[in-house]
Design a protein around this ligand. Structure first.
Ligand code: WT7
Length: 651
């Protein structure tokens, strides 16, 4: 476990505060008490068929399933034999109700413009774009890469793919051309959807320029659709590139939703693992739909009167599940914001909360820590009385940040749901239910319905209260990943081959005497930087691609705002000398290779990397060094002088 984990455990072990949901909140909530939670939880475990059937029946199926679950470890099929369409459930289902005129998306652009799409409008746009996709030759099962900023058309593109049974692969707009090309190629994408540029901190993110560079190396991509957003000049390649608005002009708004099997592939989403190669996590239709629908319903207790805002980017799973699919399946009104939280000033988020009277607000601990740093006045100058529920996701929240969120943002009125889950789990797994669960700052609390987590050792033995171990999930759940695209072996090994008969999360955690889960962080070579998942191996392979770098080792060091910062130890090829210019150049190089979020915070030169006799890089030692602590055990060092020199360069 990483160096920061020890500190975290120490601080969390002392956390004894408990906050019970306000009685007025519980009275209105779907799950009003711990008794109710326990009763439903027990049913979900003892009689999962009836629990999941009842909830799945709230959604539309063209054909009902024959069997709720078919489990052949490690492959699950949910709602077997059922036929549905998730886009139909997010849109068409609401059109026969009063919700047809309800706001589906309230969007705010970074420069300040605002657009509202009613369910009717969103449905119309999605149908038209679905016809555009068909006219470009996209068929059921084809992969479509989407490389866009946070604009309503991103939601339109995603839902249009789902409507016709095409598989979307959304690539976060901050990724480099290299990373986009890798994902296009791995997915065998036929089409890329992008935009001229997006707004971020008053500047244009040149998405089309990056897409063009990626397309040079993406032989499977035949065509590219370009949305005009910023309006700046971009080159358009005849026969390959098409303007969104021109294609939409002639497109019919009639398009029946494709009836797909419950296990039809819905999307791929690439995420970092312990190797240098990102993995395409596969999510399918029926189970994912039910999982995101049910968690949104109970965890956010979302109502028709709510204005719900999740600040994530749709480039990550949080945006897929809790901006698009979960909330829209529930018929919610979703706020969507294009830009940065501190543009034009650090009050922007709170100004948006006030402007749209946001009632449910879901964000990341890293953002909360940034707001603490920017100063309370940016928060308190706005009227936040519309807020009734707060949420966090992406990384462990330190109790101090939790308390600030609770008092300064929530005015001690709003329950906080600290939701633990992953790209792979598709939906929230460990979480408070806001009207029922007493919360403890820093704990994601208890499992959601149908989820059986455990804390175990390598052999899979359950550990006792407050013993730190591996967080695993003992049973399949509806929204679980169905595999890694093109790499079943990696799926089987990585997730099901670590601890016998358990899904391995990669997180370390403990369970306290009340059964509450406390997530301690990753136990593998995965970093969590500002809630972004990064693989040390992936950054290392980017580093060694630089002409000056001979060898590299990447570790995390605790960072007040980002949770973890990226520290790269590099050895240079003979002819190169360490310099701060070179360090800068190497940092920028990683940014070009992967994306800005992966850029190392520190580059530290070493004459050689400390290795064990068997040649393994001693990461723990590097982590200690990066964190500025004296190194621990060094008896297995092959070359003591290396450590000495590293320490000297530190002084
Ligand atoms: C990893 C998954 C799930 C959407 C965003 C991240 C960490 C996530 C929490 C939480 C402590 C958390 C874990 C997990 N994580 N939520 N509430 N408390 N840690 O998705 O990129 O797939 O990363 O994020 O380490 O394994 P992701």
């Amino acid at each position: 476990m990483s160096g920061s984990v020890g500190d975290r455990i120490a601080s969390l072990l002392q956390e004894k505060r408990v906050f019970t949901p306000p009685a007025s909140f519980s009275a209105q909530a779907r799950i009003k008490s711990m008794d109710e939670y326990r009763r439903l939880y027990r049913e979900s475990i003892e009689d999962p068929d009836s629990f999941w059937s009842r909830h799945a029946e709230e959604l539309h199926w063209f054909k009902k399933w024959d069997k709720v679950l078919e489990w052949e470890e490690p492959y699950a099929k949910w709602f077997v034999g059922g036929e549905t369409n998730i886009c139909y459930n997010c849109l068409d289902r609401h059109l026969s109700t009063w919700r047809r005129n309800k706001a589906a998306i309230i969007w705010e652009g970074e420069p300040g413009e605002s657009r509202t799409l009613r369910y009717l409008d969103l449905h119309r746009e999605v149908c038209r774009f679905a016809n555009v996709l068909k006219s470009l030759g996209i068929q059921k099962g084809d992969r479509v890469s989407i490389f866009m900023g946070m604009v309503p058309e991103l939601v339109v593109a995603v839902l249009a793919c789902a409507r016709i049974g095409a598989v979307h692969s959304v690539v976060f707009g901050g990724f480099s051309a290299e990373a986009l090309a890798d994902r296009n190629n791995d997915a065998g994408a036929k089409l890329l959807i992008t935009q001229d540029g997006g707004w971020r901190r008053g500047k244009i993110i040149p998405l089309k320029e990056t897409a063009d560079a990626a397309l040079e190396k993406s032989p499977t991509v035949e065509k590219c659709v370009v949305l005009r957003r910023t309006g700046h000049e971009v080159p358009m390649r005849e026969g390959r590139d098409f303007w969104w608005h021109e294609l939409m002009e002639g497109a019919s708004d009639k398009c029946e939703a494709e009836v797909v099997d419950s296990e039809h592939m819905l999307y791929l989403l690439y995420t970092s693992g312990t190797t240098g190669k990102p993995k395409g996590v596969i999510h399918t239709t029926g189970g994912y739909m039910v999982g995101t629908y049910v968690t949104t319903k109970y965890v956010f207790d979302v109502r028709d009167e709510d204005t719900y805002w999740c600040t994530a980017d749709i480039g990550w799973v949080t945006g897929h599940s809790y901006i698009v699919y979960g909330p829209l399946a529930n018929g919610a009104t979703v706020v969507m914001y294009e830009g940065a939280p501190n543009w034009p000033d650090p009050g922007r988020f709170w100004q948006i909360v006030e402007k749209y009277r946001v009632s449910i607000f879901y964000t990341a601990p890293t953002a909360i820590r940034a707001f603490i740093k920017w100063g309370d006045e940016w928060v308190t100058k706005y009227d936040l009385s519309s807020l009734r529920l707060l949420g966090t996701v992406g990384e462990p929240i330190n109790p101090e940040a939790w308390m600030w969120y609770h008092t300064v943002v929530g005015k001690e009125r709003c329950p906080i749901v600290d939701t633990w889950w992953q790209t792979e789990t598709g939906a929230i797994m460990i979480t408070p239910l806001p009207g029922a669960t007493p919360t403890k700052p820093g704990s994601a609390t208890l499992p959601f319905f149908g989820v059986v987590p455990d804390i175990v050792d390598r052999e899979g033995n359950s550990l006792g209260p407050n013993e730190g171990g591996y967080l695993v999930i003992r049973r399949p759940w509806p929204s679980m990943l169905r595999g890694i695209y093109g790499d079943p072996e990696r799926y089987e090994k990585q997730y099901w081959g670590q601890v016998p008969h358990c899904y391995f999360t990669g997180d370390g955690a403990r369970r306290d005497e009340d059964g509450y889960y406390w997530i301690m962080g990753r136990v593998d070579d995965v970093l969590n930087v500002s809630g972004h998942r990064l693989s040390t191996m992936e950054i290392e392979s980017a580093l060694v691609a630089h002409p000056a770098v001979a060898e590299a080792a990447v570790v995390g060091r605790p960072d007040e705002i980002k949770g973890e910062a990226v520290v790269a130890f590099v050895t240079l090829k003979g002819e190169y000398q360490p310099s701060s210019e070179l360090a800068d150049e190497i940092r920028k190089f990683v940014r070009q290779q992967i994306g800005a979020h992966a850029q190392p915070d520190d580059v530290r030169f070493a004459e050689a990397l400390p290795k064990t006799r068997s040649g393994k890089i001693m990461r723990r030692l590097l982590r200690d060094l990066a964190a500025g602590r004296p190194p621990g055990d060094m008896t297995t060092l092959e070359d003591f002088s290396v450590l000495e020199r590293l320490r000297q360069s530190e002084e």
